[in-house]
Design a protein around this ligand. Sequence first.
Ligand code: SF4
Length: 460
Amino acid sequence: MEKKNIEEELEYIKKVNQIMQAKGKKYHILTMGCQLNENDSEKICGMAEEMGYTKTENINEADLVILNTCCVRENAEDRLFGKLGEIKKLKEEKGTIVAIGGCMMQEKHIVEKLHKSYPFTDIIFGTHTLHKFPSDIYQTLVKKSKIEDVLDIDGEIIEGLPIIRDDKYKASVTIMNGCNNFCSYCIVPYVRGRERSRDPKDILDEIKALAKEGYKEVTLLGQNVNSYKGNGNLGIDRFSDLLRAVNQIEGIERIRFISPHPKDFTDDVIEAIRDCKKICKIIHLPLQSGSSNVLKAMNRKYTKEQYMELIEKMKKQIPGVVFSTDIIVGFPGETEQDFEDTLDVVSKVQFEQVFMFIYSRRVGTPGDKMENQIPEEIKHKRFERLKQLADSQVQKNNEKYIGTIQKVLVEGKSKNNSQMLTGRIDTNKVVIFQGKDEMIGKIINLKIVSEHMWYLKGEI
Ligand code: SF4
C-alpha cells in the first residue's frame, strides 16, 4: 500500500507553532485503550509538542484536552461520557479545546451521540486521520470551526509523524494496522479497517534509530501481528523475515510482539522465534475459549485440539518457551461444558499470565445479534472460577524462578518503594531489587530469591 505524503500536514504544525509562540499553552491526554492506542497517543503527543504545547498531567491546567478512545469493551463508552461530563465545566470556565480520537470515533452511533449530547466537543478525529490532527487544531484555533474528521475507508500507511515515547528503554513499534479476521465478538475490524503492513525498511529504520537512542527492547505491534506482509523490500515478505531482520539490529537486546493469532503461527514463524536469541520466550497466544463449539461461533478459525497441538509443537521446538493468553467468558451460547473445556486448556497449558474478560456486546458485531446471551450472574461466576484457577497457576509458575539467575531490563525506581529498583525478566515478570541508579536502562543478571504473586524479588 502506498505511503501517504504528509508534507501538507507537517506544514500545519509550523502554522500552529507560530500562533502558539511563547504562549505556554498546555495539553492533557487520556489514553483509554490497547498498546496500539498508546502508540497512537505517543504520536499525538509528538504533534502537540511540535505545535508548541507542553504536557500536563493535571487536566484543570490544560488548554487542550485529548481523549484517545477505545471501543473494545462496553465500559469504554461509560468512561468516555463520564469524562466528558467532567470536561464540560472546564470548557465553560476556560474555553479548553476538546479533541476526541481513537477507535470509538469510527462508530457512527457514538459520533451522533457526541453531536447531540456533548456539542461542546471541538474536534472528532478517527483512526485513519490521526495525521491530520495539526490541521484540525489549526482550523479550530483560526476559524473557530467544529471539526469532524473521520474516514470510514481504510487509511493509508502514514510515515514520519513526530513521536514522544512514554519510556526510555523499551519502545512499541506498530508494524501493521487493521484486521481481516472478523471474530464475531470483536469491533476492531470495523474501526481499524483491513490489514495494512508498513514497508519493512521504514520499520527497521525506526528500530535502528531507537537502538541509537539507547532503547534495549522493542515490542512489534499489530492487531494481528503475525499476519504481517512485507513488500519484499530488503528481502522481507513475511513476519518471520522481519523478526530475523530486527534480531540483527545492534543495540536491541529484546524483541516482543503483540497481538498474534494462533492460525498465523506458521512453521517459519516458530523457527524464527527458536533461532533468534533476542526474541523473548514468552509467547502471547490468545485462546479466547477452550471449547471448539464456542471457537466456531466466535469465528476464531481453530479448534481446541488445534490450539493444544500448536502449544505442544512450540514447546518441542522452542526450549523454555512459556505462554500468556486472552480468554473471554460468557460468550453467547457458552454451556457449562464449554466453560469446563476452557478450564481444561488452562489447567493443561499452565499459562504464565491469563488476561480474562467478561463477554460484552458490541454494537455492529455478529455476537451482539446472537440470541443465546448468557445472564450476567453466570458470566461473573465463571469469571471468578477462571480467575481462581489462573491465579493459582501464576503462583505455582512463580516458584520455578526462585534460585534461578534471570536477565532483567532495569526500568527505574519501584513505584511502591523508591529505595528499590524494578525491571522485567524475559518472560515479562516484574522483579523488585536493591541496586544502584546507574543500572537503570541496562540488562543485568539477578538471582530470584522470592515470589509475591504479581512480582518477584531479586538480588544482585
Ligand atoms: S484477530 Fe479477532 S479479536 Fe483480534 S483484532 Fe482481529 S477480529 Fe479482533
